[in-house]
Design a protein around this ligand. Structure first.
Ligand code: AMP
Length: 397
């Protein structure tokens, strides 16, 4: 079985074609500048990279170009579209409308339109991608795989905000979380690596990248996560503030003459590492600036590791003890000093890092960076959200 995984953004679209027998990626690529002059498709297959510069007026144009490459004599990996058994779409938010991977139908897409406002930065783009695929491949089975699904198991006392309960019921304002496919993948991979059943383990998964979230996973199920109604909550991120007193936002909006909408855009795009450092949202730039003596870059990094440490500590309490801490994503997989900063001082709860092992060079495999006598395993696991989407799609169809 071959599954095409689609991750659509508003002007870009990523794809992977995965062979489910071997779970090997047959081809992958990115369409850039959809609907903007200067369209470009970068397609990787057969150990080569093919760059196609072609205008893509909309997502349908982008998908058509991707399918053309997949069956192309030189760059292609299949002989016809019939070889694609199903399509899996990444969707950021499901609200309470869907709590698991769902087959696409007209009715499902109607609900998708209704809940688009829950993730205005992401869901409308996913809908464009899904509709484009349905237009180009009308007979193909398609699944929606939601970033929020893995968090659907959070108990009510963990996912609710302490607002008027009737407002929660009417407007569905609650915590949904994000990065669920990544947390699910690394929690499962950790159990497998440790030779245990997921049911036996309490795991804290730290997905640290440009966007970051931390989850508490008990017996394979998420019981809490740091992101909230939207991905703005939790630890400070590349450009997002993370947790903040809402009253401070009202104060800032008044002082800076911003509307509420502008205030939220400010918190999403101009804060976090970028806002504090004034240097960059990229952790590599921040580390360089800090090493050159920039104290605000140092401050941003310290704020990040401190916030992550607090989440790890609070989730250890929520779980009633922890067996394993996992780091993943761009920062989690590549930045030893961040991993060290997050777990340092947690020796009291049985976490002991092996600093030498922690300094490994990322080679895309799992690394155990805990000391031999650490009660808690500390693992670095490369995430693979596309594979989760492909597995869920294959299982459903
Ligand atoms: P992500 O959102 O998961 O793609 O992570 C992006 C973040 O990972 C950026 O802040 C990068 O600075 C950081 N990062 C650090 N080292 C690397 C690396 N070797 N490759 C990719 N991202 C890295």
């Amino acid at each position: 079985m071959k599954i095409l995984v689609i991750n659509a953004g508003s002007s870009s679209l990523k794809y992977q074609l995965i062979d489910m027998e071997t779970e090997a990626v047959l081809a992958k690529g990115t369409c850039e500048r959809i609907g903007i002059p200067g369209g470009k498709l970068t397609h990787k297959a057969k150990g080569q990279e093919f760059v196609i510069e072609k205008e893509m007026p909309d997502h349908t144009g982008a998908i058509s170009l991707v399918l053309k490459e997949l069956v192309d004599g030189e760059a292609g990996v299949i002989s016809s579209m019939d070889e694609i058994d199903a399509v899996g779409h990444r969707v950021v938010a499901s609200g309470e409308a869907f709590n698991k991977t769902t087959l696409v139908s007209d009715e499902v897409m109607k609900t998708m339109d209704e809940i688009a406002e829950l993730a205005p930065l992401h869901n409308p783009a996913a809908i464009l991608g899904i509709n484009a695929c349905r237009a180009v491949m009308p007979d193909k089975k398609m699944a929606l795989v939601f970033d929020t699904s893995f968090h659907a198991t959070m108990p009510d006392y963990a996912h609710l905000y302490a607002i008027d309960y009737d407002d929660y019921k009417q407007y569905k304002v609650r915590k949904y979380g994000a990065h669920g496919t990544s947390h699910k993948f690394v929690a499962g991979a950790a159990a497998q690596y440790l030779g245990k059943q997921p049911e036996e383990l309490n795991i804290i998964t730290c997905h640290l990248g440009n966007g970051s979230s931390i989850s508490a996973v008990k017996g394979g199920k998420c019981i809490d996560t740091s992101m909230g109604f939207t991905p703005l909550a939790g630890v400070p991120m590349g450009t997002r503030s993370g947790d903040i007193d809402v009253a401070a936002i009202e104060f800032l909006c008044v002082k800076k003459g911003m509307t509420m909408e502008e205030g939220v855009a400010y918190l999403n795009k101009k804060c976090g590492m970028l806002g504090i450092s004034g240097v960059s949202s990229d952790f590599r730039d921040l580390a360089k600036a800090r090493d050159e003596g920039n104290d605000r870059a140092r401050l941003a990094l310290d704020m990040f590791t401190y916030a992550c440490k607090k989440y790890v500590g609070s989730y250890a309490a929520a779980l009633g003890g922890v067996d394993c801490i996992v780091f993943t994503a761009g920062v989690g997989e590549n930045t030893p000093f961040i991993r060290e900063g997050v777990v340092s001082g947690l020796e009291f709860m049985g976490v002991k890092l092996d600093k030498e092992k922690n300094n490994f060079r990322n080679d895309g495999t799992i690394h155990d960076i805990s000391a031999a006598d650490s009660r808690v395993k500390v693992l670095v696991i490369p995430t693979n959200e596309e594979l989760v989407i492909a597995r869920e799609t294959a299982a459903l169809v």
